[in-house]
Design a protein. Structure first.
Length: 269
């Protein structure tokens, strides 16, 4: 792995010496002033060695303890595998469900606080935290007037083998259909633009089948189209803001003292 597990960037990295781990980090990202000498274990490895909980490191160990909402270990493990995004053990799912209930953020319907909803909530929070560490805000992607569900978007990309496979094999139509998005002009370029902004680093860090995007020309085109789309989307908001500010100042938008007729008033007198 050539990318820090915390921030997702390359550079001077240290590797965990635990045999089944081998994750890499920037020293500063794990609270170190310099590269340590001798054997060094990351926190994930230390958790494992101490038999503490850590979802991604000890999936097999925690599979014995999956007890969320009376689901059997096998059924809950199948749910996590079917979602194809991340594995969370029973304790983590239970904690996530409690978090949803406390904040009233569950999805509506009979499965408002289900394990599937918990998986989705935990995924989005991890994506947001990763973007924050990179200094990027999370903006809600849109195709046409419809918002893109990041969780479903990521699932569909992984279901098709990762972003490189989707681009190289032109599988965007399949992804657009699965997400129920409108077939607007440049939809595939817009989706690629949003994916690279929001989810590419996450895939690079956590998807075992990750392959870097090979076609840079497609990416360049997607960036140009995506930025143009964002400018166009912000334009109405800027106009509406100007209208509101003008109303607060008590004069029509774009008016001047001359347009109020002061000059005409002096002529008539």
């Amino acid at each position: 792995d050539d990318f820090c597990m915390v921030c997702g960037d390359g550079g001077t990295l240290i590797v965990c010496d635990y045999e089944s781990c081998k994750k890499v980090y920037h020293p500063a990202c794990v609270g170190l002033d310099k590269v340590p000498s001798g054997t060094w274990y990351c926190q994930s490895a230390l958790n494992l060695l101490a038999r503490k909980h850590h979802c991604r490191s000890i999936v097999a160990y925690n599979a014995q303890h999956l007890t969320v909402e009376n689901m059997s270990p096998n059924n809950l493990k199948k749910l996590c595998e079917r979602e194809e995004v991340d594995f969370l053990c029973g304790n983590c799912l239970d904690t996530e469900i409690k978090h949803l209930k406390a904040n009233g953020n569950g999805v509506g319907g009979p499965h408002r606080y289900s394990p599937r909803t918990a998986l989705q909530s935990a995924f989005v929070r991890r994506v947001v935290n990763l973007l924050k560490r990179q200094g990027k805000p999370l903006t809600q992607p849109k195709i046409g007037s419809k918002s893109v569900d990041l969780y479903k978007f990521y699932k569909e990309i992984l279901k098709n083998g990762g972003i490189n496979n989707v681009v190289m094999d032109s599988r965007w139509r399949r992804v657009i259909s699965a997400l129920g998005l409108p077939t607007v002009i440049n939809a595939s370029e817009l989706l690629l633009y949003h994916y690279m902004n929001c989810l590419y680093t996450y895939e690079r860090l956590y998807f075992s089948g990750f392959v870097p995007l090979q076609d840079k020309s497609v990416l360049k085109s997607a960036i140009e189209i995506g930025k143009s789309s964002e400018v166009a989307r912000r334009a109405p908001a800027v106009v509406n803001s100007e209208i509101r500010n003008s109303r607060k100042r008590g004069r029509p938008t774009g008016s001047t003292n001359k347009s109020r007729g002061r000059g005409n008033h002096r002529l008539e007198s």
